[in-house]
Ligand binder design. Structure first.
Ligand SMILES: [Zn+2]
Length: 145
């Protein structure tokens, strides 16, 4: 199964009316879950409000469209870029991006890009993992309940 990257960078025209987005004007972005992946929408807020949609966005957030200073490369998102994007999103710590961060993390994990670092091999060959909440699995108490 090959997973295509369908989360594009922000478009420069409204995904609904196909007219150009206005520099420094509000834009509504949304992710639509499709069988092929996630389709990104960037729209005028009015178009988003008035358009008839037969789907619920997987994630939706408000932003401000900034016209590109330079012509952006039209290359599809590479997996390496996705890792970098994920790092940037995590740094932003934006609650609105939580779903996106989650999707990216899952995709990267499936692509085996998220390599568990910092795991050190001990002398007896066991791996010592760094202290992280989800890895802490203490043995259950042996006392009867
Ligand atoms: Zn529009």
């Amino acid at each position: 199964m090959s997973q295509e990257w369908n989360i594009r960078s922000r478009g420069h025209v409204c995904s609904l009316c196909q007219k150009p987005l206005v520099d420094r004007a509000p834009v509504v972005s949304a992710l639509k879950e499709t069988p092929e992946g996630y389709e990104r929408f960037d729209c005028h807020p009015e178009c988003w409000k008035t358009a008839e949609k037969d789907w619920e966005p997987f994630s939706q957030w408000d932003g401000v469209y900034l016209a590109p200073v330079k012509e952006e490369k039209k290359e599809p998102l590479k997996k390496e870029d996705a890792g970098e994007l994920l790092r940037q999103l995590v740094t932003l710590d934006d609650p609105a991006m939580k779903n996106v961060v989650y999707v990216l993390a899952v995709m990267l994990e499936r692509s085996k890009i998220l390599v568990e670092r910092d795991a050190k091999e001990l002398e007896d060959g066991k791996l010592r993992r760094p202290q992280a909440g989800r890895h802490l699995r203490h043995s259950r108490s042996a006392s009867p309940a």
